[in-house]
Write a protein that binds this ligand. Structure first.
Ligand code: G6P
Length: 461
């Protein structure tokens, strides 16, 4: 039933803009997050009647829902913890993320067994909870934009509940090509496509991912039908970044980073969540190869790697995090000297320190196996003080827009990545500055606010 009041614009995502921590004294502490969607949504203003539907992710979040505490404009769903764990860890992160990023080691995985079927039914339950909440909250004819692979079934489910709504979906990840997508059980791939095609319009970050989706539709669903498909390459938020990067806390961290690196040395910087697709291990291997190939860089360069923990509920992520640490230690043990630590690895998330590293980087290394966009590649050139050479994987979505002024690499080829690092380190300062200027212009072509408005306008047109 369409509500006569209700929200005019709704977004739905697994992770919402706020999270709650239950303190020992029983008090709830709210923390607001950032990101493209937060600033995108702020573009339509507080009076637009917008509602953000998200899932409770922690015990603190669930407690907040039960106590009726919440932020205006946000509705958090109290999805049972076990259902959420199966949907989020089991299906979204262990299956859909792996399929779209092509991460399986296929001789042994995936195995679609009874356990998978059980988790899949939780994924259906979780998607249904979102569809029902959106159906209950949306005003007649409202626009709904659903986010990401966690909620791929929502458009189809919502369509059956509310035919009056304009339904969009946006994918922040790549989409798998048909030869990889067909690895899923036939009924599951059909259900996923049917869910997505319940939308009026689907958004992707690049043409490459949009084309892969269309190819999957043609092969497994008889084409995309009436669903429109658009590309919106989310850009960096220049105003926010430049202001934030010049505050005192960033300045302080630049001073301590400079001490860690050592005066006069060059810095190859990477900043990532410790995510399997980010290829941090091969980045370290390429750096080690650089030190072998060009021993003249020893003592002269430091690899500053920030690898922030992510999805630590999954064993494969914990193992990967340990391997990053082990390899960094090994490089330091074999190449380090009393006056030089070749790899400076930090795993404690600190946004101010990330910005400090962006500002002083001589080279940024962004070498994912496969990545929807990769905003680090777009943020570094925006805040860089002296210009920064960008070594960029051709498998990152950002390569579609930044490829011309970056040094492109095949992320699996550590020898060519080592050569690219050398070329980046030796790039003449004037060329580096020129390229950085052009990179920053491309990187900020579609700021989050415009990115969101474009989707909304295209959906309601
Ligand atoms: C990355 C991806 C998004 C995804 C998010 C989920 O940022 O680009 O597509 O929604 O990860 O991260 P989380 O920490 O919530 O699992």
């Amino acid at each position: 039933m369409a509500s006569t009041h209700g929200a005019q614009v709704l977004v739905a995502s697994n992770r919402g803009p706020v999270s709650y921590e239950l303190r020992e004294d029983g008090a709830l502490h709210a923390r607001r997050g950032g990101g493209g969607l937060v600033s995108g949504l702020s573009a339509i203003g507080p009076d637009a009647g917008a509602l953000w539907v998200c899932s409770a992710l922690s015990d603190g979040d669930r407690e907040a829902v039960r106590r009726g505490e919440g932020e205006p404009g946000v509705r958090m769903l109290d999805i049972p913890a076990d259902v959420h764990a199966d949907a989020y860890n089991g299906i979204a992160n262990s299956v859909l993320w792996f399929v779209h990023h092509m991460l399986y080691q296929t001789p042994l995985e995936p195995v679609f067994d009874e356990d998978f079927r059980r988790q899949w039914s939780s994924y259906e339950t979780y998607n249904r909870a979102f569809a029902e909440a959106l159906a209950a909250e949306a005003a007649e004819g409202a626009a709904v934009i659903v986010q990401d692979y966690h909620l791929a079934l929502v458009p189809g489910l919502l369509r059956t509940l509310r035919t009056d709504l304009r339904i969009g979906h946006f994918s922040h990840t790549p989409w798998a090509p048909p030869e990889y997508f067909r690895m899923l059980p036939d009924d599951i791939s059909a259900q996923l496509l049917k869910g997505m095609l319940g939308a009026d319009r689907l958004g992707f970050l690049t043409h490459r991912w949009a084309n892969a989706f269309t190819a999957c539709c043609e092969e497994f669903a008889g084409g995309p039908g009436d669903t429109r498909i658009g590309v919106h390459g989310l850009g960096a938020d220049a105003d926010f970044l430049r202001e934030r990067a010049h505050r005192q806390d960033v300045q302080d961290r630049m001073t301590s980073l400079r001490t860690e690196i050592g005066e006069g040395r060059k810095a190859i910087v990477r900043v990532d969540r410790t995510e399997l697709s980010k290829n941090i291990v091969r980045g370290l291997l390429a750096y080690r190869h650089l030190l072998d190939l060009h021993p003249e860089w020893r003592e002269q360069v430091v690899h500053v790697a920030f690898a922030y923990p992510s999805r630590q509920d999954l064993a494969v992520y914990r193992d990967y995090t340990a391997e990053v640490q082990r390899l960094a230690d090994e490089i330091n043990a074999s190449y380090g000297t009393p006056t030089w630590t070749p790899v400076v690895l930090h795993v404690q998330d600190d946004f101010a320190r990330s910005l400090a590293a962006y500002r002083l980087a001589d080279v940024a290394l962004v070498n994912p196996i496969r990545d929807g966009m990769n905003l680090v590649a777009k943020e570094v050139p925006v805040v860089s003080d002296q210009g920064c050479a960008l070594v960029l994987s051709r498998e990152a979505g950002a390569y579609e827009e930044l490829g011309e002024d970056a040094l492109g690499v095949n992320p699996y080829d550590i020898v060519s990545t080592a050569h690219a690092l050398h070329d980046a380190l030796t790039m003449p300062p004037a060329e580096r500055a020129e390229r950085t200027k052009r990179l920053a212009a491309s990187a900020t072509a579609l700021p989050p606010a415009q990115w969101f408005l474009d989707q909304l306008n295209a959906l309601t047109r």
